[in-house]
Design a protein around this ligand. Structure first.
Ligand code: BEZ
Length: 402
């Protein structure tokens, strides 16, 4: 680990265990009694997610997924009940330090689960590294989180921004397209997805002829769609998600581009939006670490349970939340609920083999999922699996000294 190594972390963790976990009294108790105290009471889980704004559906799906994993274990992890502390981060990076501190300092959470927006995640990272609290990131793909900012207490159950669009660049070239335009919101996630798409597409001989951006969370796409029509690339690749994705897909059709210039994307573009976009997404191909119709025992059981609990179809965000719960359960079961036994907890989480609805995955040394990236096609209301675009894809984890 750069700057902040494993030994520093364990020292910080031990200090924190004395002060915030068992309290000063705990630090003075004999070891066996301190241990008993640290495994009593509820596990305090902080959910820092967007519950307002364009990424609201993502925050809700992650929350539902996480809670489902806990409910399936009788409401307990490692034998202890779970108590939730919730903060709406509004996908606002400027408020990230304050919101993170609310959960860590004020609510004294044992585990932080969040967030969706890469800019918010980058605002959380330094605080979380220094506090030593266990952080499970169930979406935000900022490459640095499991790259230059990696740390023993930081885990991700979703993806890095590099992963899905790297696979996509190859797919678009394989379809015979030589030129492409990439369009996205201007922030870390858009920049990084654009960069890995371009890297893969151009390595295969394609050319990204234009990068188009608009500020997050604006959805005034008209001028940019007019520009695409005048450029006439062979293909367009887009990263938008949630409410912005719904509007972009509809506007693309309304601008007369559907059927003329094929639209691709990382699957965030079409996951969780198909009920709302009518036929505007029909036939779109995307790449993602989850798909509809995987038809595995685990996925079928998860989907049934999710629909029963929430009367909603799950999507990739629900899966990532569910797997955050599964990863935490794997760690806490091993330490029998002793959240303050951080070294053993981290070791158990690092070694976990997650039986996910997406397929079994493990963590890289940098704590990012090593996972299959599926090729999917929109058929009716499904992101139907068409095959595996990239098998067991690991993020390069640039800058992580793990
Ligand atoms: C991100 O900001 O990292 C992100 C947001 C929504 C979907 C995927 C990634």
């Amino acid at each position: 680990m750069n700057n902040f190594n494993r030994r520093d972390f364990l020292k910080t963790g031990a200090a924190l265990a004395g002060l915030s976990g068992a309290g000063l009294a705990g630090a003075l108790l004999p070891a066996s009694m301190a241990q008993a105290q640290s495994t009593a009471g509820k596990i305090r889980v902080g959910l820092m997610l967007p519950y307002t704004g364009t990424y609201t559906p993502l925050g809700v799906a992650i929350t539902n997924g996480f809670k489902l994993a806990v409910q399936e274990r009788g409401g307990k992890l490692g034998g202890r009940e779970v108590e939730y502390f919730v903060v709406d981060d509004e996908s606002n990076p400027a408020k990230a330090p304050e919101n993170t501190n609310k959960l860590i300092q004020r609510d004294k959470v044992d585990v932080l689960v969040g967030t969706v927006h890469s800019g918010v995640a980058l605002g959380m990272a330094k605080i979380v590294r220094e506090a030593g609290v266990i952080w499970i990131n169930p979406n935000a793909g900022a490459d640095e989180v499991t790259g230059a900012l990696c740390a023993p207490n930081i885990f991700r159950t979703s993806f890095s921004n590099w992963q899905n669009t790297y696979a996509l660049g190859k797919v678009v070239k394989q379809r015979g397209h030589k030129t492409a335009v990439f369009i996205t919101h201007k922030y870390a996630a858009g920049d990084q997805m654009m960069a890995s798409f371009k890297d893969a597409f151009e390595k295969e001989g394609g050319k990204v002829v234009k990068e188009l951006y608009l500020p997050f969370p604006q959805v005034e796409f008209q001028a940019l769609l007019t520009e695409i029509a005048s450029i006439k690339p062979d293909a367009v690749a887009a990263f938008f998600s949630g409410g912005a994705a719904v509007k972009f897909i509809k506007d693309y059709q309304a601008a007369g581009l559907k059927g003329k210039i094929p639209l691709f994307g990382p699957g965030f573009l079409t996951d969780g939006v198909l009920e709302e976009v009518g036929d505007a997404a029909d036939g779109m191909e995307t790449t993602l670490h989850y798909a509809d119709g995987l038809d595995t025992k685990k996925d079928n059981a998860f989907r049934l349970a999710y629909v029963k609990a929430y009367k909603l179809q799950p999507d990739v965000f629900a899966v990532q939340g569910y797997d955050a719960g599964q990863l935490l359960a794997a760690g806490l079961d091993t330490v029998k609920g002793d959240i303050n036994n951080k070294a053993a907890l981290i070791k158990a989480m690092e070694a976990a083999k997650i039986d996910s609805p997406r397929g079994v995955w493990t963590l890289s040394k940098a704590h990012n999922p090593v996972q299959d990236i599926y090729l999917r096609k929109v058929v009716g209301k499904q992101n139907k699996v068409m095959g595996v675009a990239s098998k067991a894809l690991a993020d390069p984890a640039h800058g992580c000294k793990a």
